[in-house]
Write a protein that binds this ligand. Structure first.
Ligand code: FUC
Length: 812
């Protein structure tokens, strides 16, 4: 069952410059290098797997494409790794301008009432069939005010005296097996090592600077930031940064405490200087007085929380902090392991690995593919942990005060894509911040629904911020997307489907779904063309004209009604609403039309241009992330025609979506082609996805896409290897998750599954599909006890599963 694990876990030295120090040194030698043990106390840290390591032989010159990210959800840092001059650009996820306190902030609600405005547009669409985005934006939109932008917090800089800029044996790396970044080099006859990580349990970013000879650690640590009026001071080895954003008065504070082993420590202006130490380390925490509560969005002053996080971390030893961090991270990351036959070359840095991708060395290409898959999981853990906001367009990393698209929450694909890997790759805890964010949108969203749409329920437009911007702006091709609330609600429903947690369904998911459905019950329009219920005005992101009943609008509303209905049935609640939903579903335009050239229509009229290669492929929503289009159906065939016409190009996230689409169509080779396209054209040397510019959704979408190639369960069955590409003939995956609270391991050889292990989280019937079961199979309860196989037909085997039991399926 575990053929891949041995190869994956082959441990080699972690530091390669270091290779000089510890070539082949499995534990002690490399541990010494990574721990940087000085005479002031050894830190013996295990060497990570090279297959799960990004590494480079020069410092980062540029933030976007070269720095290495660490994060604990709320805090993030991008590390340059300069030998003489180190920089850690850092972020705290709530540091946002805009919102209450920012001049003119209106939540996107209309500043003046516009009675009948939406009905006017509906009448125009009824009469003419179309309206240009500019016309509709002029009627319904309004300029954005006070939306704000995600802000960099600033940088920690470390100046190392007497250190050459280009020392010998330089290497910097990010081990995603441990979530620890390192810098190593030799200078002045000593081996110098730095380690950085962001601890979720301790709520701090930690850095340690060490050398393999006593007394060789000297540096000055300072803060540098762009925020006017920030007060910076240093005392007792602690730098404090405090201020209020000029735009909205948001109070922020950061503290960094420097600790030493040997040597001396003092203040140098607003910086902290360490001289002649054996080793030194620092802990950094930061916060703001943001709270996710409408309408003020303010909570406690951050001073106490930041002080106590730094004080508590400073009480622990470096090794204690590190051990707790690695244990916390590994508990999530280690749940999944993928072997596709990858072989990481020992001497090829990650930027060269990327540049050489597709050069004919298949095992090496697979090393990049497997690393890229794992990196998406790393980035999700690093940018989305309970207690802070969800991952934004850049996760938690942003170096600017005016980032692209404000590094906000676009909800016509981007925020949703961030969370596609959360369940299937067994990281369901990372979805917590998204669930809380959706919940917090309801209060402002109700006001927008009432004020703009004169309806019940809640709504959010095309993009939002942490301050409840649930209304409209006036960028013609992206200001209108009221379906976003329903699409977001799908994530709550999916959380229930994967976990089967009925408390979550009753307490969190259903109230949100119910209000979304109420919104759409109030807002559907009867189409004079055929009497069906349609969304009007409707706009398929982010191109074409406004029409009534575009495919994506109809598919999303259909899904919201269906899941609300099913949830209400499971919970045995709201019989009247259930009747209304059933009636509305009967009358709803299905949004699944096949057009003149065999395509799935993007609009209700057959307007599709076969030469249109727009990045959004919204009309295939029902194929992915939706689950209404099933393999083998006429709609699936039409979706394939549409997808072929759109082509294999697109921005980073668009390519990532296409991996998922092709996987859902069962075409593993085409899914792999899209993965290869993304790696070739839309991936930066630090393996961040680029739209361009850097946009993290593509990382997450690609990770989800790889998982979809290996396992699908959206259609009520556990389908093994639904889209295995020819280039991955042998391999294994462990720890993926399927709908119904099931954990799945699969082994395959020669392109066919050889065995699978399904572990049931609860009692129930497992339906398993795939080549493994199609020609007959045997099922063994590995936990002990007999197995009841209910049926084995039509390529499906049904197993009556007991909670906690693991069922091994083998062919024959
Ligand atoms: C959507 C996309 C753009 C970009 C932006 C952040 O509007 O259409 O390509 O990804 O979000």
């Amino acid at each position: 069952m575990r053929q891949g694990i041995t190869r994956r876990n082959a441990i080699r030295t972690a530091m390669g410059g270091a290779a000089a120090m510890a070539v082949g040194g499995v534990s002690v030698a490399s541990a010494k290098a990574t721990g940087g043990a000085g005479s002031g106390g050894a830190a013996v840290n295990a060497a990570p797997s090279p297959e799960l390591t990004l590494w480079y032989d020069a410092p980062a010159n540029e933030w976007e494409s070269e720095t290495l990210p660490i994060g604990n959800g709320a805090l993030g840092a991008a590390i340059y790794g300069g030998a003489a001059a180190e920089r850690l650009q850092f972020n705290e996820k709530t540091l946002w301008t805009g919102g209450p306190g920012s001049p003119g902030y209106d939540f996107g609600n209309w500043r003046e009432p516009r009675p009948g405005a939406i009905e006017d547009v509906q009448r125009q669409l009824d009469a003419n069939g179309r309206a240009t985005p500019e016309e509709v934006a002029a009627r319904l939109g309004q300029g954005k005010t006070g939306f704000g932008a995600y802000q960099t917090f600033g940088e920690l800089t470390l100046a190392f005296p007497d250190t050459p800029q280009n020392p010998d044996g330089y290497r910097r790396e990010l081990s995603i097996a441990e979530a620890v970044s390192r810098v190593g080099y030799s200078a002045g006859g000593a081996q110098h090592t730095r380690e950085y990580f962001a601890s979720y349990p301790a709520g701090v970013i930690v850095g340690r600077i060490a050398a393999d000879q006593g007394g060789r650690v000297s540096f000055t640590l300072s803060y540098d930031g762009p925020h006017q009026g920030a007060q910076v001071s240093a005392a007792n080895g602690r730098i404090t940064v405090r201020g209020a954003l000029q735009d909205n008065g948001l109070v922020y504070e950061a503290q960094v405490q420097v600790l030493t082993e040997g040597g001396s420590r003092g203040e140098d202006g607003n910086g902290v200087t360490v001289s002649g130490a054996d080793a030194a380390w620092f802990v950094l925490s930061a916060g703001t007085d943001y709270a996710d509560s409408y309408p003020e969005y303010r909570g406690d002053d951050p001073h106490d929380a930041v002080t106590s996080a730094v004080d508590a971390a400073a009480q622990q030893s470096y090794q204690q902090l590190r051990d707790a961090h690695v244990a916390d991270y590994s508990a999530l990351f280690d749940r999944v392991a993928l072997d596709i036959g990858q072989q990481m070359p020992a001497d090829v840095p990650t930027d060269a690995l990327l540049a050489g991708y597709g050069g004919g060395d298949s095992a090496r290409d697979k090393a990049l593919e497997a690393l890229f898959f794992a990196y998406g999981r790393y980035l999700l853990i690093a940018s989305s942990r309970p207690g802070s906001l969800p991952a934004n367009l850049q996760g938690v990393w942003n170096e600017s005060t005016a980032p692209p698209w404000s590094a906000d929450y676009h909800v016509n694909i981007n925020l949703q894509m961030n969370y596609w890997p959360a369940h299937v790759t067994n990281l369901f805890e990372t979805a917590g911040p998204l669930h809380e964010f959706i919940d917090a949108l309801r209060a402002p969203g109700r006001e927008s629904a009432r004020q703009i749409f004169e309806s019940r329920g809640w709504v959010v437009g095309n993009e939002t911020n942490p301050y409840g911007f649930t209304g409209l702006h006036d960028w013609a091709t992206s200001f209108w997307f009221p379906e976003a609330g329903a699409w977001l609600s799908r994530h709550l429903w999916d959380h229930y489907r994967f976990t089967q947690d009925t408390d979550f369904l009753a307490g969190t998911a259903y109230p949100v779904l119910k209000e979304v459905s109420e919104f759409w019950l109030d807002n559907l329009h009867t189409d004079p063309r055929d009497g069906l219920l349609v969304v009007s005005p409707s706009y398929s992101p982010e191109h074409g004209d406004f029409t009534a009943g575009a495919a994506m609008s109809q598919q999303i509303v259909h899904e919201a009604f269906t899941s609300t209905l099913e949830a209400a049935e499971i919970l045995g609640t709201d019989p009247e609403l259930r009747q209304q939903l059933a009636a509305a579903l009967d009358g709803l335009d299905p949004g699944l039309r096949i057009g003149s050239w065999g395509q799935l229509q993007e609009w209700k009229e057959d307007l599709d241009d076969p030469n249109n290669d727009h990045r959004h492929v919204s009309h295939l929503y029902a194929l992915h992330p939706g689950n209404r289009i099933t393999p083998g159906s006429p709609e699936a065939a039409a979706a394939e025609v549409s997808l072929n016409a759109r082509g294999d190009g697109g921005t980073g996230w668009s390519k990532a979506w296409k991996i998922n689409f092709w996987a859902r169509l069962g075409d593993g080779d085409h899914a792999h082609t899209m993965l290869a396209q993304q790696l070739r054209e839309s991936t930066l040397p630090n393996l961040w996805d680029t739209h361009p510019p850097f946009q993290i959704d593509g990382n997450f979408g690609a990770t989800s896409g790889v998982a979809e190639m290996l396992l699908q369960s959206h259609h009520g069955e556990v389908e093994l290897l639904p889209a295995l590409p020819g280039s991955w003939p042998d391999g294994s995956v462990t720890g993926l998750r399927a709908v119904g609270d099931v954990t799945v391991d699969i082994d395959w050889a020669d392109g066919r599954p050889t065995s699978a292990l399904l572990t049931a989280g609860r009692d129930g019937v497992l339906r398993v599909r795939g080549a493994l079961v199609a020609g007959g199979c045997s099922v063994t309860d590995r936990t002990g006890g007999g197995v009841t196989t209910l049926a084995a037909r039509d390529g499906v085997v049904e197993i009556r599963a007991s909670a906690g039991h693991s069922y091994e399926i083998t062919a024959g």
